[in-house]
Design a protein around this ligand. Structure first.
Ligand code: HEM
Length: 250
């Protein structure tokens, strides 16, 4: 629009107080946005979370072969060993996913606690559940468990599995039943599986919501899928130390 002064001469167009940045400048920042924008971060959390849920499904199904006895679990471990290239690709993808998920969860928690004034605390806790309020703590327990679990059954550096070190894959059934028959170790595994249950009972629904796969109809259904999967994981994983602790598997 051309402005006309009282004297009749057209005024020069006014400079905008907030000129639109050049597109190229915006594009330059694009690669970082996934990690710096709050939506971008949540999407990365959801995708890495989804990858971990897929891994957990596969790992649980593999572990359940223990109920078929030494032949079942050792045969499964041997089979995985023969698929080394697939296993290594999975390790790299999953390792990256776990580190990204961990880094962003800490970043989001620190930023949220700095930004959230106390007056919102009551409102939030009304809608929140035990699982949603404690995501950072259940996540921390799972992170610590994964570290311990890798040292335990993958690197086999803890004294209780010393006899199985360097025999990869070897007698995985013997290793698991020997290690989990110790009361403290069995309980540590069960506590970690309970933490996984709480983490996923909120996390799976939240993941679908972030990925935009939810509306008023779908959201409660994803909630049900999340809770059902979490219960299946709890029963599928925790049943292993439980039956070993009570002496059913030995
Ligand atoms: C009762 C529960 C569990 C048992 C008995 C179990 C058993 C095992 C065993 C035997 C291995 C080593 C396999 C081998 O060297 O051939 C292993 C590896 C692993 N487990 Fe578990 N696991 C359990 C729960 C979990 C959970 C809940 C997670 C993740 C949240 C997990 C993550 C892993 C990872 C990341 C590896 C390393 C895989 C690799 O070597 O690439 N485990 N587990």
């Amino acid at each position: 629009m051309v402005h006309v002064r009282a004297g009749g001469t057209p005024a020069p167009p006014k400079a905008s107080p907030n000129p639109t940045p050049l597109l190229i400048h915006e594009e330059g920042k694009g690669s970082m946005r996934l990690f710096s924008d709050s939506i971008g971060r949540k999407v990365v959390m959801a995708i890495t979370g989804l990858l971990m849920v897929l891994f957990v499904i596969g790992h649980m199904l593999g572990n359940l072969t223990i109920f078929a006895g030494p032949h079942g679990l050792n045969g499964y471990a041997e089979h995985l060993h023969e698929l080394a290239p697939v296993v290594w690709v999975t390790r790299v993808v999953m390792g990256t996913a776990v580190l990204l998920h961990l880094f962003l969860s800490i970043k989001i928690t620190v930023e949220n606690s700095a930004a959230k004034p106390d007056r919102y605390a009551v409102q939030n806790s009304l809608r929140a559940t035990f699982a949603s309020k404690n995501m950072i703590w259940t996540g921390a327990i799972i992170g610590a468990f994964i570290l311990y679990h890798l040292l335990h059954f993958t690197f086999r550096v803890t004294p209780d599995v010393g006899a199985f070190a360097g025999t990869v894959p070897g007698d995985v059934y013997g290793m698991v039943t020997t290690a989990l028959s110790a009361t403290v170790t069995g309980i540590v595994y069960i506590v970690a599986m309970v933490s996984l249950f709480f983490h996923l009972s909120h996390g799976i629904q939240s993941m679908f919501q972030t990925l935009g796969l939810s509306n008023a109809f779908l959201l409660p259904r994803w909630g049900a899928v999340g809770k059902t999967l979490s219960v299946v994981f709890l029963v599928g994983f925790a049943s292993i130390p439980a039956v070993i602790l009570v002496g059913i598997l030995r």
